[in-house]
Design a protein around this ligand. Structure first.
Ligand code: SF4
Length: 293
């Protein structure tokens, strides 16, 4: 082997390591920023990191662990996975990974797979019921174990995708918030990857060689609407790089007076002289009613 051929791989490796370092720094910065902007984690929190075995949740755990080591506040992290008893689920993978990394964890075993396949007709998408059952199991465990924050691995493109799904199919302007209180009021859910783009996460997961568990074990059909929205966003990003970031910024830059939601902005009082306008209208209506007689 010539001296020249030996140099090329090491140069490539150095470049790769440099790029990976930049990527890790960017992700840590974005997670730190989201955590600070939305006050996601406070001193004394017990944060349950929901770990599915996909690239997003591995990345979330990895970045939260590095932030935990440097954060000025003290908080606890516990990784929790729900083993839904899907056929072929490699149940040793997560415990092995978490043990090796020294991360406290718990595996909830609950056969939601049988319930979902029994209730949902064959060929229909099972995700809606599956997610509800999964959420129920995780929230239940959180309540019984003193968890103060539940961390989910949704990223910027999930938040944006949900925004478009609601816009196109529900006629409402709402996305997936970086932080929310659960419907039953008992839990605070946080999404530390809210500022991170999916392609960065995918690259990071590859670089870190997380032992990914495939997400198609259940055999469910993909949600076609979500798939269409995702393709639309990819195409936009391809044709107009940076568009997703601009659209995401819009979610935090809302002008209620420039929309048409009367609950959000008091259009009725606009221009009224301390209610005089309304009184005028009522008086005018009353007068007209009288004219009709
Ligand atoms: S893809 Fe499968 S495991 Fe994931 S939410 Fe849908 S039904 Fe559940």
């Amino acid at each position: 082997m010539s001296a020249q051929t030996e140099v090329i791989p090491s140069e490539t490796a150095r470049k790769q390591a440099y790029e990976a370092g930049k990527l890790a720094k960017r992700l840590r910065h974005q997670v730190g920023q989201a955590v600070a902007d939305f006050n996601m984690i406070e001193d004394g929190d017990k944060v349950m990191v929901c770990l599915s075995g996909g690239k997003d949740s591995y990345t979330m755990l990895d970045i939260l662990l590095s932030l935990q080591a440097k954060a000025p506040v003290r908080f606890e992290l516990i990784a929790v996975n729900l083993d839904q008893k899907q056929p072929g689920f490699p149940e040793h993978v997560l415990p092995q990974y978490l043990t090796e990394r020294g991360v406290p964890f718990h595996i909830i075993e609950q056969d939601t797979y049988s319930t979902v396949t029994r209730v949902i007709p064959e060929g229909k998408t099972m995700c809606s019921l599956c997610s509800r059952l999964r959420r129920g199991a995780l929230y239940h465990w959180a309540a019984a174990n003193g968890v103060t924050k539940i961390a989910l691995g949704h990223h910027r493109d999930d938040l944006l995708g949900t925004f478009f799904l609601n816009l196109f199919y529900q006629g409402s302007l709402k996305a997936m918030p970086p932080k929310l209180r659960s419907d039953d009021g008992r839990h605070v859910v946080i999404r530390p990857l809210a500022y991170c783009k999916e392609s960065d996460i995918a690259e990071y997961a590859t670089y870190r060689q997380f032992p990914i568990i495939p997400c198609n074990l259940c055999g469910s059909q993909e949600n076609l609407q979500r798939k269409a929205v995702s393709q639309m966003m990819h195409e936009w990003e391809r044709q107009h790089p940076g568009r997703s970031e601009t659209m995401f910024r819009a979610l935090g830059n809302v002008a209620p007076s420039q929309l048409a939601d009367r609950q959000l902005f008091d259009f009725a009082s606009l221009g009224s002289r301390e209610g005089a306008a309304r009184a005028d209208v009522h008086g005018w209506l009353a007068g007209n009613e009288g004219d009709n007689h």
